[in-house]
Design a protein around this ligand. Structure first.
Ligand SMILES: NC(=O)c1ccc[n+]([C@@H]2O[C@H](COP(=O)([O-])OP(=O)(O)OC[C@H]3O[C@@H](n4cnc5c(N)ncnc54)[C@H](OP(=O)(O)O)[C@@H]3O)[C@@H](O)[C@H]2O)c1
Length: 269
């Protein structure tokens, strides 16, 4: 089960979200067991994961550094997605900075830490209410023209913002919070499906970003439900556990029937 990200990068629909490979709380600081973090990333690739999501803000920077250290030289076909546009100065101090000069600086840092010449997917992490949205997207469009970014993605956006961005540059992906229990973003899932845009639901297991979690009890079902929900969905569950990683990858093989999908949808509405 793959999706052609940006039309030309075939991505297995069970990816990996690396955010949790940071110190806690708040995904702030280096993951304490650095070597275990590297092993987990390598195991994900061994299991067939070929899409890994990170961001400048995770750590900040040290999540990208871990990926660069663990996985280079990158195997052919491995797609690393990162983001700029959010700054983190303390576990609970997270704020958007979508100024073009900040996005450029963060993108240059990501290139260095990920050890690549070009970033496969660069996502605007969050619109900045103090910066015109078109200016933030325009900054990434420029980086794309310069060859530093292959595909452009958005995160935490409305359908209207996706449409506005598409007027500036082709949009390959949208990453919004969405899961079996939180389906307010249904219109964006469908909009993206119609336009061939990958939809990357963050918090696929309904975990709270900055709090201890109570992930969905039937994890397999939650991920399988997302994969069945729409063919443009690529899930990026986050885990620090090898056993959970293996379980999440297995969810990709679980094909829900129409009846199962309808029942799970109705029972969790
Ligand atoms: N764009 C944004 O604004 C944004 C915001 C947040 C996250 N994200 C992205 O989305 C990714 C996923 O989000 P997330 O990590 O917040 O939420 P999540 O994937 O819904 O849940 C992660 C939590 O679930 C647990 N878990 C994972 N697999 C499990 C399993 N098989 N069984 C039981 N528990 C399991 C993990 O704990 P263990 O470590 O114990 O497995 C972790 O606490 C992140 O890594 C990041 O890439 C993006």
């Amino acid at each position: 089960m793959t999706f052609p990200l940006g039309g030309d990068l075939p991505v297995n629909r069970v990816g990996y979200g690396a955010m949790r490979l940071c110190a806690q709380p708040g995904n702030f600081g280096r993951f304490p067991d650095w070597e275990a973090g590297k092993r987990l990333l390598r195991r994900a690739v061994e299991l067939g994961v070929n899409f890994i999501d990170t961001a400048h803000a995770y750590g900040p920077s040290c999540n990208e550094e871990l990926i660069g250290e663990a996985l280079t030289p990158y195997p052919a076909g491995l797609v690393i997605a990162t983001k700029g546009g959010v700054e983190k100065t303390a576990p609970d101090k997270v704020f958007p900075d979508g100024r073009p000069e900040t996005i450029r600086r963060r993108c240059e840092e990501s290139l260095r830490l990920l050890r690549v010449q070009r970033i496969d997917l660069y996502q605007l992490h969050r619109p900045d209410p103090n910066v015109p949205f078109a200016d933030s997207v325009g900054a990434i469009a420029e980086l794309r023209l310069e060859g530093k970014v292959r595909h452009v993605g958005l995160s935490n956006v409305t359908v209207a913002q996706i449409e506005e961005a598409r007027g500036i540059v082709p949009i390959a992906s949208v990453q919004n919070r969405y899961n079996l229990l939180e389906r307010a973003d249904d219109p964006a899932v469908d909009y993206c499906a119609v336009h061939g845009i990958a939809y990357l639901p963050w918090g696929p297991l309904a975990a709270k970003p900055f709090a201890p979690d109570a992930p969905l009890a039937r994890t397999h079902g939650a991920l399988a439900w997302l994969l069945r929900r729409s063919p443009n969905i690529i899930v990026i569950p986050g885990t620090t556990s090898l056993a959970h990683l293996e379980e999440n990858v297995r969810a990709g093989r679980l094909m829900l029937s129409d009846e199962e999908f309808a029942a799970i949808s109705a029972n969790n509405a």
